[in-house]
Design a protein around this ligand. Structure first.
Ligand code: CA
Length: 300
């Protein structure tokens, strides 16, 4: 854990520096060319032993996975065990909603959360959760109305994402185009990441009602593919989408990635990792190497 915290402490300045300093804009046509030139300096000194100023604003949470702020300043928190908590500001009082059907198995459970861009008028929220279907564990995107301290109007808007005890993805965010982006893991079936008909090992994009945007590259929800377990989604000031991704663990634990996401592009998993290259596949911008892990989660 100490190593993880130290790693995170020096990773974020690198990520922030990269996003602010990088001015590249690769297109699919450039994919077979030399990887984009991005200057990144790897910290060589140990981080300071002095912790930053921190204030604990909530405790006694059970595996909190996502935080989103409501327009009135209240905080919504998902707990992976299947609870959605509204923490009121500034009192800190909590309203706990038990989300029906959640199966917290392994890394699955109640994961990502996003507010509709017009939440103030329609009170719609989106949850990414693991549940049990007749065919086994699946991940779904479920839309609810959150109004008067009640969750109502449950609607499954995206189904059929295979779930597993590991590699469930689960981040969701609305893009500047008003569409919902979703990360999915390979559900421990790496080959699915290369199959553009499968929703696993992907970054997905759907309309707020769950329909497929007409300009999606493969006629389904898939936006980019060849991902292992992407966990972070963020757009920079230029409107470019970035994503963090967990590399393989085990004997060789590492190859975590930061990627610049482009529609229709193949990010290589499981066929390339680290600095390996292959025709038609995009290499990440930075990666953690074969023996270290950043365990990168959310990205801002
Ligand atoms: Ca990759």
């Amino acid at each position: 854990m100490d190593k993880f915290l130290k790693t995170i402490k020096y990773l974020w300045p690198v990520v922030l520096m990269l996003i602010s300093a990088c001015s590249i804009q690769p297109t699919p046509e450039q994919l077979n060319a030399t990887p984009p030139a991005v200057s990144i300096s790897t910290p060589t000194t140990q981080p300071s032993a002095t912790p930053p100023d921190l204030e604990v604003i909530a405790s006694d949470l059970q595996i909190p996975w996502e935080i989103v702020f409501l327009p009135d300043g209240d905080m919504l928190i998902t707990e992976r065990i299947g609870q959605l908590i509204r923490m009121e500001s500034p009192s800190g009082e909590r309203i706990v909603h038990v989300v029906e059907g959640v199966q917290p198995v392994g890394e699955g459970g109640l994961l990502g959360l996003a507010l509709h861009p017009d939440f103030e008028n329609n009170a719609l929220i989106y949850l990414y959760l693991t549940t049990r279907s007749t065919s086994g564990l699946v991940n779904q995107v479920v839309q609810y109305r959150l109004q008067d301290d009640r969750l109502s109007n449950r609607t499954v808007i995206l189904d059929g994402i295979l779930a597993s005890s590991n590699h469930d993805g689960g981040r969701m965010a609305f893009g500047p185009d008003g569409m919902l982006y979703i990360t999915t893991g390979d559900a421990e079936q790496p080959d699915l990441a290369q199959d553009t008909r499968s929703l696993n090992g992907k970054i997905l994009r759907i309309n707020p009602d769950g329909s497929i945007p007409p300009d999606n590259p493969f006629g389904n929800a898939v936006y980019s593919y060849g991902h292992r377990n992407p966990q972070g989604l963020a757009w920079d000031a230029a409107g470019r989408l970035w994503s963090t991704e967990h590399g393989p663990s085990g004997l060789q634990s590492g190859f975590d990635e930061l990627n610049l996401i482009i529609k229709g592009v193949n990010y290589g998993w499981p066929l390339i990792r680290g600095e390996q290259t292959r025709s038609g596949m995009q290499v990440q911008l930075i990666q953690s190497g074969a023996s270290d892990t950043w365990a990168p989660a959310e990205l801002a």
